[in-house]
Design a protein around this ligand. Structure first.
Ligand code: UD1
Length: 427
């Protein structure tokens, strides 16, 4: 299997583009199910998860075409058209590999009146149930049945009526599923305590471009007036705030200076605040975000939280950075249990991190050492790359399929900034 080999200690400097957001793309793609007209998405990142989702859409009989890239295109351009949907079943094999497949449940139900999706099963960063996805669809009028590891949602004759739902816990995915179902309901729906991550705003903006009527976009109270049909659209996927934050940590740990072209500060204020608290300079520029670090890093205390709080998807990367701070940082993970699997690996590189339940205490060290490491999820893997960039000697990161799920051209972008990094084949 491929691995990434990093010779640490090189200061990063220069400019790199930020790719389209993976998590936005994964909720924009299923919107193609909502109309028989073409949906063209621009700025899609080239990632294994996007290929996986394309495969899933093909399974439903949806045509997908990727345009040849032109210099004026950002990222990849894909046109999807669900003229006729030939299957409403998302099988176990595809859902198991890609948890975001659950996001077809809402739009498929709204368009076809029924949808069957395999239960996603366990996941490396915790239990990750889908009860809220099902409860909110029930509140919109669906009947839910479970059998043989599959969940089947059925709309009454005449379509889903719509309804009210108050989320007991903020859920990004359940809010997305609810929105994609509610836009085609016969009546009005209201969602309280909805997620308001920038990716949800991106989803709402696409749905509105397709003819949906949504009030309260960007807030936790959404009102959706159902419409009988949606039309096609051309839409540009938002920049990836997690990728941008990850490269900001990478630059900072090397005492570097980089510009992240296309990054939007308003999408990542909590990350920017954490970096500034650590002593890193972060400034918005007309073309993106400028990040620079020199001298000692300071420790930081924070908890992960739903947006606008500090994103759980940035916790591992910030932790890697704080390994080199002068003093002890305290990070608390409130969204997912079992999201500290990078800790033993970072400790093998010379970090001093203790965990107690959901809290991690990161005692800063002067030196990290290169090592053979592997992680069991995407962001954890990136934290090891970040540590490797600042470590003395060589770091080999194994299990690259995690990184390939979420970071487009990782080694190319880091090499562009001056990192000594390469991907090598073999076991
Ligand atoms: C999305 C992101 C993921 C990010 C997470 C939190 C995508 C493809 N993935 O995941 O990268 O880390 O948001 O920002 O966009 N929960 C329930 N029942 C449910 C659903 C969720 O209890 O039915 C709980 C989860 O276990 C978790 C919390 O709610 O504790 C938040 O999860 P959620 O926001 O749903 O995460 P995802 O949408 O799966």
């Amino acid at each position: 299997m491929d691995k990434i080999v990093i010779e640490g200690g090189k200061r990063l400097s220069g400019t790199i583009p930020v790719s389209g957001a993976k998590n936005a793309a994964l909720t924009l793609l299923p919107c193609a199910l909502l109309t028989d007209e073409p949906l063209t998405l621009r700025n899609l990142p080239r990632l294994a998860d996007i290929d996986g989702f394309q495969h899933l859409m093909n399974q439903f009989g949806i045509s997908t075409a990727i345009a040849g890239s032109r210099p004026e295109d950002f990222g990849r351009v894909m046109t999807l058209q669900a003229t006729r949907i030939t299957s409403s079943v998302a099988p176990y094999d595809l859902v198991r590999k890609m948890r975001a497949s659950i996001l077809v449940l809402g739009p498929m139900l709204a368009r076809m009146g029924e949808a069957t999706v395999s239960l996603p099963g366990g996941c490396a960063i915790g239990n990750r149930p889908i009860d809220l996805h099902l409860k909110v669809l029930e509140a919109l009028g669906a009947q839910i049945e479970m059998a043989a590891g599959y969940v089947r949602a059925i709309a009454p004759d005449g379509g889903l009526p719509g309804g009210r739902f108050s989320f007991p816990v903020v859920s990004v995915g359940a809010t997305e599923n609810a929105l994609m179902a509610a836009v085609l309901c016969t009546g009005t729906s209201t969602l309280h305590n909805a997620a308001r991550e920038p990716e949800i705003v991106d989803l709402c903006n696409l749905l509105v471009a397709m003819g949906a009527q949504i009030e309260g976009i960007g807030t936790s109270d959404l009102t959706i007036h159902g419409v009988p049909r949606l039309h096609g659209a051309t839409y540009m996927v938002m920049p990836d705030r997690i990728e941008a934050g990850s490269y900001a940590c990478a630059a900072a740990i090397t005492g570097g200076e980089v510009t992240l072209k296309g990054a939007r500060i308003e999408d990542m204020e909590a990350t920017v605040q954490a970096l500034r608290d650590a002593g890193v300079t972060v400034e918005p520029r007309s073309d993106g975000l400028y990040v620079a670090a020199e001298g000692k890093l300071r420790p930081v205390t924070l908890s992960t939280a739903p947006f606008p709080g500090f994103a759980t998807d940035m916790q591992a990367q910030l932790m890697a950075l704080l390994c080199k701070a002068e003093g002890s940082s305290v990070l608390t993970e409130t969204i997912f249990e079992n999201r500290y699997m990078h800790v033993p690996e970072l400790n093998r590189m010379g970090a001093r991190i203790e965990t107690k339940g959901r809290t991690a205490i990161v005692h800063g060290v002067d030196v990290l050492h290169g090592a053979e490491v592997m992680a069991t999820d995407l962001r954890a893997s990136m934290s090891l790359v970040i540590a490797g960039l600042a470590a003395q000697g060589e770091t080999r990161v194994h299990r690259l399929y995690h990184l390939d799920r979420g970071y487009e051209r990782l080694e190319e972008k880091l090499a562009l900034l001056g990192a000594q990094i390469e991907r090598i084949g073999g076991d």
